[in-house]
Write a protein that binds this ligand. Structure first.
Ligand SMILES: Nc1ncnc2c1ncn2[C@@H]1O[C@H](COP(=O)(O)OP(=O)(O)OP(=O)(O)O)[C@@H](O)[C@H]1O
Ligand SMILES: [Mg+2]
Length: 410
């Protein structure tokens, strides 16, 4: 068959998924829309914490509901990633920047924003809003407290009211770096309380996205923060959600996927959206005839194992995990599947050969030293520290397996 031309891959391993390829999460979306967006559109402020492990889809769901809230409910979406933020001034700068960039989907709104925040826009660029970084940085500190930020939001609402805006949907994403700063927890709590107590609260949907540990860290810095959030846990995807994703993604580029290949890709993704995109992308490029079949899927898994290893596993760990000495032990741990982040020493030992058993203690010590695993609460329990390392071990083992007897699916 003639080789088909490849267009744009529908997979986004490193980015939040675009709206048209977003799948699943129906119950969480429903809850955000009714208890969050609906309430805010009716005038009542709400705070939500989107919680889940790395790469599980927090930013994607935040982006998706923000998109719906903007188009269907008149909320102005502000998306402020706090990746580089260490101080409240940095947080304020991110929020100001997000406001300058808001409403881009609607010329009516962006015109109003421009009229009011024009001084933060640099020379017009063909590619959209270019930020005047110095001006922004200089003024941001004047917004770095709840008492200053709320009037700014009120002003923003006043300016955009005629364009149909009824409330603000502020997403604070990538909060890892900032939660160590106790001022941040106080700022968030202050923002919610000051707003609630004001005569006319700003209809504000405040959404934070982060791993559970970061929420606990905030609580540790300022206990009352525990009470302000509606916490929404994002879990691994179901089989049906994964299947919908792969079908939709391949369909969007006029490709098909056969049943057996679907079983492979979903089995090895194990509900983790990031892995779905990695495997899907590999299969997309491997396929030559427009139908992803078992061979394509198997090759995709092998290639992705390498990629996960190179991209997400620390070099020292990577070398240790590949050493011939530990491979067979790792393969046996891998068999327990990528979802379980823990294992019991004795359970693994039961399946080991005598020579492997002799190496097992050294292996565990070494993995602990490299921070791959830590001891759990139960006697003999070990817990993987990083999901992607766990995944690497799983994919890597399937590679060994395929060398011997062909891979297994669920
Ligand atoms: N509902 C979804 N449908 C399809 N793909 C998704 C979905 N949710 C997430 N993804 C994909 O999964 C990967 C991780 O998603 P995302 O970046 O949203 O996760 P995250 O939890 O915010 O990660 P991090 O902890 O790194 O910030 C991305 O490749 C994204 O495109
Ligand atoms: Mg994210």
């Amino acid at each position: 068959m003639a080789e088909i031309q490849k267009g744009k891959s529908p997979f986004y391993p490193g980015q939040p998924v675009p709206g048209e390829l977003f799948v699943g999460r129906a119950s969480q979306i429903e809850r955000i829309m009714t208890r969050g967006v609906g309430q805010v559109a009716a005038g009542k402020p709400v705070a939500i914490f989107i919680q889940g492990e790395y790469g599980i889809g927090k930013s994607s769901i935040a982006g998706f509901v923000q998109w719906m809230a903007e188009r269907e409910h008149g909320l102005l979406g502000l998306y402020a990633p706090l990746g580089g933020a260490a101080t409240l001034d940095d947080v304020a700068a991110a929020i100001l920047k997000a406001t300058v960039q808001a409403g881009a989907y609607n010329p009516n709104i962006s015109e109003k924003i421009r009229g009011f925040l024009g001084k933060y826009i640099g020379e017009q660029s063909f590619f959209g809003v270019r930020i005047h970084a110095e001006a922004l940085k200089k003024d941001a500190p004047t917004l770095a407290s709840p008492a200053d930020l709320l009037p700014f939001f009120r002003e923003t609402l006043g300016r955009t009211k005629d364009a149909g805006i009824k409330g603000i949907f502020l997403v604070l994403d990538e909060i890892n770096g900032i939660t160590a700063n106790a001022q941040f927890a106080h700022f968030i709590k202050g923002l919610v309380d000051t707003n609630a107590m004001s005569k006319e609260p700003v209809p504000l949907l405040l959404m934070l996205c982060g791993v559970e540990d970061r929420r606990y860290e905030m609580i540790q810095k300022h206990q009352p923060i525990d009470r302000i959030f509606d916490v929404l846990q994002i879990e691994a995807m179901s089989q049906a959600e994964m299947e919908e994703f792969f079908s939709k993604a391949f369909e969007s580029v006029q490709m098909k996927i056969d049943n057996e290949a679907m079983k492979f890709l979903t089995h090895y993704s194990a509900g983790f959206p990031k892995i779905m995109h990695l495997l899907g992308d590999a299969a997309y490029w491997i396929d030559k005839n427009g139908t992803v079949d078992t061979d394509d899927a198997q090759s995709a898994i092998l290639i992705s194992a390498e990629e996960v290893g190179k991209k997400y596993v620390d070099q020292q760990v990577f070398n240790a995990l590949r050493s011939a000495e530990y491979r067979s032990i790792l393969a046996k741990i891998a068999k327990m599947g990528p979802v379980n982040m823990n294992f019991i020493k004795n359970d693994v030992a039961k399946g080991l050969t005598e020579p492997e058993k002799k190496k097992f203690n050294n292996f565990l010590q070494k993995m602990k030293r490299l921070n791959v695993i830590r001891s759990g609460d139960i006697q003999g329990e070990y817990i993987f520290n990083i999901r992607m390392v766990r995944f690497y071990i799983w994919l890597q083992a399937s590679k060994l397996e395929s060398g011997k007897s062909g891979m297994e699916t669920a």
